[in-house]
Design a binder for this molecule. Structure first.
Ligand code: F6R
Length: 601
């Protein structure tokens, strides 16, 4: 995940900014850079580790910004690393997030004679700032004017040659100011400057802040505003987890942001289309007979969800294969079979084996992954990044949601290209996708209800998860999450299968958690749940608004987002697994016997 650091004070800025970048190391990144200003602007940046980055040789510079980049637009090269500079190299900018309309802004700037040296969306910002400064604006009013031109989510910090001031702003991306004795600090994450100060101000969306030695001013809508100064009590370890006790809970709570990043700039509501920037050969999608998704574990369940969506909405045969079992069947026409490897890490040996197998047979391959530069991206024909940001907890959470959102965008793009999805139906899917971050947030706000349920049922003999259609992979994923971090026995079933055997296991010590939402045939599942309940099992349901819940022992409300409601129900299951495991004192982020990236077959 990208990180921003800034310092304006009385000390030499280089070492302070550099150590701030080192403190952000845990977030994961692929490139880093620093800009220092005194009368001149000096920038050093490169792909690779912060330890490989040299601090610009400006010991007298007392103002600077730094950045760790997790690539979204353009590969992790030296040129794409931040800070980015303006045409005359007098302004430098670091940026987290995505500028959705950068292509049109860049097009306009190119027409005006600006030249660009990177593939990033960020580079338009220093060019736009320079244009405003040339029109007579200072850096503050230049930024105020430039943010009016930007669509997307961002935290931006800018410096200018000849000035000791940082100007920064945020919109849907965190930014925090630190108030220290030796100056003012800026960061996307307090961990960056906790060694210097614990007195901080969280900026709000739309705030623009100026930092100089001894002075911090926050502006909103052109007026200076008072923002509270809080004292952080966390230690560095807790701060890395954003104040959460475990990365897993932090990552569950990051899902609205992760989903916004996944979707950003990829939805065209007007045309009813999605763009993942994949160039399939002319006529390829139209002639496709089958899409095979290959994956393991949580990525496999995300693939099952996507296959259901592909089959139901765009009428293409979609199959899901456990990667370790995958063989490319000689009876298939390789040209008409697209093989999609779904893998968070991009390094899972079983998935790589499957992809190699498919490629050898002549099939076109596509990676859907979170990890830039991973092996799978080098071995497939195309890649779609899920942009969830680094996931540190072994148990996958936010990446499951972002994988499904990415595959849903792909589904729309394929359906539109093949002519099997109308623009109106595509728009329905896209509108539901756009509602996802807010819907996940509503569920996160209900966490106390899940804590209650976890407290009530944590000592059960076993836990069963059931669902139909889109609810079925969610039932499997809910059970996987619980078993891997709590070590309790948990199983997921297609709800209709309960009566074909598993019902024998049901007792009052085996709660059944059910997906009772749109896209999950909730009436039928409710019947199956009642069969378990009449045999004593406590019934816990993740239920869409308006459904009848009176017979449930515990009802958790899911906001309305069509076929993505089971995905939202999954957030309740993630929280349930987390709290059961936490109450049992389990090693949540590193469960026994498991690894984040499984690089053996
Ligand atoms: C479960 C989990 C694993 C992974 C699986 C595939 O929480 O994390 O089941 O989903 O090992 O990993 P990737 O997606 O990296 O290929």
């Amino acid at each position: 995940m990208c990180g921003i650091v800034g310092y304006a004070g009385t000390e030499s800025a280089g070492p302070i900014v550099y150590s701030g970048l080192e403190n952000l190391d845990y977030r994961g990144y692929d490139s880093a850079g620093i800009a220092l200003v005194d009368r001149e602007l000096t920038v050093t940046k490169r792909s690779g580790e912060v330890s490989e980055l040299s601090v610009p040789d400006r010991p007298n510079a007392t103002c600077g910004i730094g950045h760790t980049r997790w690539s979204t637009h353009g590969p992790p090269t030296d040129a794409n690393a931040h800070p980015h500079t303006s045409q005359n190299e007098s302004v430098a900018v670091v940026h987290n997030g995505i500028i959705e309309n950068y292509e049109s802004l860049k097009g306009q700037l190119l027409k005006e004679g600006h030249e660009f040296s990177s593939d990033t969306d960020t580079e338009v910002i220093p060019h736009l700032l320079e244009r405003e400064i040339e029109d007579g604006h200072d850096l503050l009013s230049a930024l105020e004017r430039v943010v009016d031109l930007l669509d997307g989510s961002y935290a931006i910090a800018a410096v200018r040659a000849g000035s000791d001031e940082i100007v920064a702003t945020r919109h849907e991306s965190p930014l925090v100011v630190g108030h220290g004795d030796e100056g003012a600090f800026l960061a996307s994450d307090v961990t960056a400057f906790l060694d210097h100060t614990r007195d901080i101000t969280y900026l709000e969306d739309g705030d623009i802040v100026t930092l100089e030695a001894g002075t911090v001013n926050v502006y909103h809508d052109g007026e200076i505003v008072d923002r509270e100064i809080e004292t952080v009590e966390w230690d560095a370890d807790a701060a890395e987890k954003g104040g959460y006790e475990h990365y897993m809970r932090k990552e569950i709570h990051e899902q609205p942001t992760a989903l916004r990043q996944t979707l950003s700039g990829r939805i065209d509501l007007e045309r009813g289309d999605a763009d993942l920037d994949i160039d399939f050969p002319q006529g390829y999608l139209e002639s496709l007979e089958e899409i095979q998704l290959v994956a393991c574990g949580t990525s496999y369940y995300a693939s099952q969800y996507a296959a259901q969506l592909l089959e139901e909405t765009v009428d293409v045969r979609a199959t899901v294969e456990i990667a370790s079992e995958y063989e490319f069947d000689g009876g298939r026409d390789p040209w008409r079979t697209l093989v999609i490897a779904v893998t968070q890490s991009g390094e899972t040996a079983d998935t790589l084996r499957a992809v190699r197998h498919a490629a050898e047979a002549g099939a076109r391959t596509l990676a859907v992954t979170n990890t830039l530069g991973s092996t799978v991206t080098r071995e497939t024909d195309d890649t779609a990044f899920i942009r969830a940001g680094p996931e540190i907890s072994v148990a996958a959470t936010k990446t499951f949601a972002s994988q499904i959102a990415t595959l849903a965008l792909l589904t729309v793009a394929i359906g539109r290209e093949r002519g099997t999805l109308s623009s109106a139906d595509a728009r329905d899917i896209l509108e539901n996708l756009r509602e996802l971050p807010g819907a996940v947030q509503q569920v996160l706000d209900e966490e106390d209800a899940v804590v209650e349920a976890a407290r009530e049922y944590r000592d059960s003999d076993a836990f069963f998860f059931v669902g139909r259609r889109f609810g079925y992979p969610v039932a499997l994923e809910g059970a996987l999450k619980l078993k891997e971090i709590s070590y309790d026995h948990a199983e997921g079933f297609a709800s209709g299968e309960l009566k074909h055997g598993p019902l024998a296991l049901v007792s009052k010590k085996t709660p059944v958690l059910a997906v009772l939402t749109a896209g999950a045939d909730s009436n039928e599942t409710m019947n199956n749940l009642t069969e378990a309940q009449t045999r004593g099992a406590p019934a816990i349901g993740a239920v869409s608004n308006g459904a009848s819940v009176s017979s449930l022992d515990c009802a958790l409300t899911v906001p309305i987002v069509g076929v993505f409601e089971p995905l939202i129900a999954n957030v309740y299951f993630q929280l349930f697994a987390y709290h059961v495991a936490n109450m049992k004192g389990r090693s949540i982020d590193k469960p026994r016997n498991l690894a984040k990236s499984v690089t053996v077959e």
